[in-house]
Design a binder for this molecule. Structure first.
Ligand code: G1P
Length: 268
């Protein structure tokens, strides 16, 4: 089973900070945002973490590559704590596939089809951080309890914010677990079926990967993962796990990125 981390986006909302530096490399307290996500993938049941990168963002790969010269220099200067961290990050087992055109999240995920094959897979969006690494195991439990169904994380958001997210319609079947009936990407608040927003963590059946091949551009002219999830509901069940706001942190806007830094800094 693979954990996919799409990272080929343009980081538009953070320009000009992201003109020469990938959004995924922006600092959150003490490490680049994407390092939290890779650590979460490595801590999960996945046997491989795959970053779906763009060829312009090689610096992400540099971050997860060994740097023996830097480690030796730090050790020679007695800075062993830093050397240990540089070594740890450089040894993280990450592989890469490339999305050569920015055609949307659904297209990015589809670029990893050869990696996932006929297995279920996780998708971890870097806009969302889950520092306790507990979301994927909890989603796996819900999936196991429902015959291997797809499970997505959702979080209640203020009504006027639904236009930034995918939103579900469904029924609550147990504490924090919903059976999903439909999904819509970035609805206008007056059209939103609920205030439960898709929150950056997915455990998906292989059928979703197949359906992505046929998804047409949707909201924003992009191939949307949400549209493939809505399509798979005609054939398979899907569940949503409601995330507690103290477990998951949004870094998708400058304001939420700053809030996340403040909260996580305070927890150190
Ligand atoms: C993506 C998904 C959306 C989801 C959001 C946050 O949107 O398309 O459904 O709610 O991430 O996880 P984006 O932030 O890439 O526009």
């Amino acid at each position: 089973m693979k954990a996919l981390i799409p990272a080929a986006g343009l980081g538009t909302r953070f320009l000009p900070a992201t003109k020469a530096q990938p959004k995924e490399m922006l600092l959150v307290v003490d490490r680049p945002a994407i390092q939290y996500v890779v650590e979460e993938g490595l801590a999960s049941a996945a046997d491989e973490v795959v970053i779906i990168n763009s060829r312009q963002k090689k610096v992400i790969e540099d971050h997860f590559s060994p740097d023996p010269e830097l480690v030796a220099l730090l050790r020679a200067r007695g800075k062993d704590d830093y050397a240990d961290e540089v070594e740890r990050v450089g040894n993280m087992n990450v592989s890469y596939v490339y999305q050569d055109e920015a055609l949307g999240l659904g297209h990015a995920v589809r670029c990893a089809a050869e990696k996932t094959g006929d297995e279920p897979f996780y998708v971890l969006l870097g806009d969302v951080l889950v520092p306790n690494n507990q979301m994927l195991p909890r989603m796996q439990e819900v999936s196991d309890a429902h015959g291997g169904a797809s499970v997505i994380a959702v979080m209640p958001v203020p009504h006027e914010d639904v236009k930034r997210f995918g939103v579900i319609a469904g029924t609550e079947i147990a504490d924090s677990v919903w059976k999903v009936e439909s999904l819509v990407e970035k609805p206008a608040p007056e059209d939103a079926p609920s205030n439960l927003a898709v929150f950056g963590r997915y455990l998906l059946s292989p059928r979703v990967m197949e359906l992505l091949a046929d998804v047409k551009p949707g909201v924003g002219g992009e191939i949307q993962l949400t549209d493939a999830l809505d399509a798979v509901l005609r054939e398979e069940e899907m569940y949503a796990l409601v995330v507690d706001p103290s477990d998951g942190f949004d870094t998708g806007t400058i304001e939420s990125w700053l809030d996340t830094n403040n909260i996580l800094f305070g927890k150190r």
